[in-house]
Design a protein around this ligand. Structure first.
Ligand SMILES: Nc1ncnc2c1ncn2[C@@H]1O[C@H](COP(=O)(O)OP(=O)(O)OP(=O)(O)O)[C@@H](O)[C@H]1O
Ligand SMILES: [Mg+2]
Length: 331
């Protein structure tokens, strides 16, 4: 299980002479069982990448803990924690930020294999070829190429091969297909799913696109974030067909339908305002209150906690109004 418990990440930002702390991720707890899929969705700036980096151990949380198969990796590193942290690998959105432009793909893949002593040196080339084949690349065609000589899709596959080189148990994929040509996206999503399934990997898939989240996380769970907080989470199909939090309803309402009359939401839920508050001036009550079409006086006074939307399901929402309705659905 890959899990985080009440993680908080604060960043210091400068405003002229003034330094201010902003909370990019606020008391988030999520868990991904081995070989399961969890998708994190939300608009730009809601803290998805920051949370993903904390889960992958590349950014320490300000508060809270991250555990991989029961070992806390966010505390000071020991040999056991290093080994546990290696089980989680991050697949970046931008292949150029991962692949060193002066290394060939073969050289790049060899580095972690040598550093972590995954295979003996005599088996390096063979292992590189195995990793590239696993990600659908022709080893002969790419091993001696530099990143700029590959297509966008090939680069993203090479990044995936690099993440797999240390034989992780979990992948955190951050907008992993957003820089791939639209026509190749579905193929890449299928590749992630196939590799997660054949290699028994847990997958945390970060995306701003609900359609992508539904496709990847169809049999898994979904976590909806807004301004650093989890506002709703639960089994993917349940959240998509019965969104309880008004923010989830707004997101689902805004998906353009390919076929007339086939919208996700039977009625359009439109926010009161399209302006997202800045992290420097967060509302004291519910963070969605200034935009929520259903907000009441109480919503501006206290911040709601995540609670079960009904006794029979594992869906949770952080909304005072969900608590007040018998159906668990606002609107
Ligand atoms: N190193 C940093 N220093 C200061 N602020 C940061 C830093 N990293 C992230 N932030 C801020 O934290 C907030 C969350 O950022 P994050 O990149 O996690 O969001 P995101 O949901 O991944 O957005 P996007 O969809 O655009 O990738 C943003 O307001 C961002 O400006
Ligand atoms: Mg991001």
């Amino acid at each position: 299980m890959l899990a985080c418990d009440q993680v908080v990440k604060r960043f210091a930002i400068r405003r002229g002479w003034r330094a201010q702390l902003v909370t990019a991720v606020n008391q988030v707890s999520i868990s991904v069982p081995a070989a399961q899929v969890l998708c994190i969705v939300g608009e730009s700036g809601c803290g998805k990448t920051t949370l993903g980096k904390m889960l992958a151990g590349v950014l320490p949380p300000t508060e809270g803990s991250v555990t991989v198969d029961g070992v806390e990796v966010s505390a000071r590193r020991t040999a056991e924690r290093e080994r546990a942290a290696l089980k989680v690998q991050l697949v970046h959105q931008d292949p150029f930020s991962t692949l060193n432009p002066v290394h060939t793909i073969g050289e790049e893949l060899s580095l972690p294999l040598i550093h972590h002593r995954i295979v003996p040196k005599s088996h390096l080339r063979e292992e590189c070829e195995r990793l590239l084949t696993l990600t659908g690349l022709n080893p002969k065609a790419v091993l001696d190429k530099y990143p700029h000589e590959l297509s966008g899709g090939q680069r993203q596959r090479a990044v995936l091969a690099l993440a797999l080189s240390v034989r992780p148990r979990y992948l955190v994929a951050d907008e992993a297909v957003s820089m791939v040509d639209v026509s190749s996206r579905l193929i890449m999503l299928d590749l992630f799913l196939e590799i997660a399934s054949t290699q028994d990997l847990g997958l945390v898939f970060i995306t701003h696109d609900f359609g992508v989240a539904r496709y990847v996380g169809y049999e898994g769970t979904i976590t909806v974030m807004y301004l650093g907080r989890v506002v709703e989470q639960g089994p993917t199909e349940q959240v998509i067909h019965h969104p309880c939090h008004p923010y989830t309803q707004v997101l689902l309402s805004s998906i353009p339908a390919l076929q007339a009359g086939r919208d996700f939401m039977p009625q359009k839920i439109v926010p009161r305002s399209f302006e997202v508050p800045s992290l420097e001036h967060l509302p004291v009550g519910c963070v969605f209150e200034p935009r929520c079409p259903f907000a009441t006086e109480a919503c501006s006074q206290s911040a709601p906690q995540l609670r079960a939307t009904d006794k029979a399901s594992s869906q949770q929402a952080a909304c005072l109004l969900v608590e007040a309705t018998s159906t668990g659905v606002v609107g």
